[in-house]
Design a binder for this molecule. Structure first.
Ligand SMILES: NC(=O)C1=CN([C@@H]2O[C@H](COP(=O)(O)OP(=O)(O)OC[C@H]3O[C@@H](n4cnc5c(N)ncnc54)[C@H](O)[C@@H]3O)[C@@H](O)[C@H]2O)C=CC1
Ligand SMILES: O=C(CO)COP(=O)(O)O
Ligand SMILES: [Zn+2]
Length: 352
């Protein structure tokens, strides 16, 4: 008897392009959400877009509230939840980089409310996905939440954001190559459920970005367009899989471990990019995809070495040899690789 079932939760309105911030109200009206909006933003994104979004939402009829978050932490999520409990909004709107969007996403999920994502930086695929990632002391928690009901990504704003945030978003996408390979490996060795649709979409997204790597330049709105479309596509792959598997393999474990060992040193996307070079080498040796991944990262100006990440040799080796302990997710790291093997991979790939 056939007993499989699936539930794919996707954003309903994805609005991407030049000046689309002005369509935020329209994108939200179209969702038929009731009640007062609560805008969650952080200081710079507020100036860049938050105040404009607030004004636009006021035109929908309800006077919106706004809360400014300073850091990504469970305390800040609690603070936003307190505001929600006090004002009883109809929905949340996260305006900013990953920090404001994650906090809005997690507070909304906690309170059973919908949320809308208005990214001001194309820094990683969390701006579209249903997952939150929150630092907590020396740990980082990757938590399942709900995907945004709508995403409004204005390429004029994204193109104006610091270029390093965009290269981090690119690297997060490029890392899909190794994430999908690890997922397939886990499927073969551990019978982990694998979705061919999600795997193919995720890999194709990375391929399209690599094919366009030459044309990605700071300040070019076309570049912001290419990157944000790829982030949306990657988010959709995660929704289809109902897991971050299509976009998170050993390279992400390595990055999560770096977050513990060297917090705040480098951006998530930059760390996973370097992790992806190492992972590709571990997956296929010197004749595999690591060279293509490294040259695509170099072309867009993302880090390809520990030095460019600002992380020392010992920390890289420690992260690589302990990354498998982060969570129960089978990858090419298996039950862990030894320090000499880690050094060999890091040296052969030029990471060290
Ligand atoms: N949900 C997920 O799957 C993931 C979530 N994360 C989380 O996301 C956060 C990191 O995301 P980021 O976007 O790097 O952090 P962020 O939101 O702190 O933004 C980085 C910096 O860029 C500034 N910024 C943003 N947009 C700007 C603009 N248009 N112009 C000028 N400055 C601008 C911000 O003010 C901030 O100083 C962390 O909290 C991390 O845990 C990271 C990876 C994946
Ligand atoms: O960053 C992500 C995908 O790019 C999310 O992955 P995690 O589930 O490892 O946090
Ligand atoms: Zn990522």
């Amino acid at each position: 008897m056939f007993e499989k079932s699936t539930w794919i939760r996707l954003p309903r309105n994805v609005v991407v392009g030049h000046g689309v911030l002005d369509q935020t109200g329209e994108a939200i009206s179209d969702l038929h959400l009731g009640g007062t909006p609560l805008v969650v933003t952080s200081p710079t994104p507020r100036e860049v877009a938050g105040d404009r979004v607030h004004r636009e939402l006021a035109e929908l009829g309800e006077t919106p509230e706004m809360v400014i978050v300073e850091e990504a932490s469970f305390d800040e999520i609690e603070r936003v939840i307190d505001v929600v409990e006090e004002m009883n909004p109809g929905y949340l709107v996260g305006v900013g980089g990953g920090k404001a969007i994650d906090i809005a996403k997690m507070a909304a999920a906690d309170q059973g409310l919908g949320f809308v994502s208005v990214p001001t930086a194309a820094s990683h695929d969390g701006i579209v996905s249903g997952r939150g990632s929150v630092p907590d002391g020396g740990n980082r928690h990757s938590v399942a939440a709900d995907p945004p009901l709508a995403v409004v990504a204005d390429t004029e704003i994204l193109a104006d954001a610091p270029w390093r945030l965009t290269t981090a978003g690119c690297a997060d996408i490029i890392s899909n190559y190794t994430a999908v390979r690890d997922w397939q490996l886990a499927n073969r060795l551990q019978n982990t459920e694998y979705s061919r649709y999600a795997g193919a979409l995720s890999r194709m997204t990375a391929e399209m970005l690599v094919e366009n790597a030459d044309s990605l330049k700071p300040g070019l709105e076309q570049s912001a367009w290419v990157v944000v479309k790829a982030l949306v596509s990657s988010g959709v792959a995660m929704s289809i899989a109902d897991s971050s598997r299509p976009a998170s393999g050993a390279e992400h474990l390595f990055s999560h471990q770096l977050d513990r060992l060297a917090p705040g040193e480098a951006l998530h996307g930059h760390q996973v990019g370097v992790g992806s070079i190492l992972t590709a080498y571990l997956q296929d040796g010197e004749h595999g995809e690591f060279q293509n991944i490294r040259s695509a990262l170099a072309t867009i100006g993302a880090p390809t070495t520990a030095e460019e990440l600002g992380i020392d040799e010992d920390t890289v080796l420690e992260a690589l040899t302990t990354a498998h302990e982060i969570r129960d997710r089978y990858t090419i790291l298996g039950n862990g690789i030894d320090r000499d093997a880690a050094r060999e991979a890091a040296t052969a790939t030029g990471v060290l």
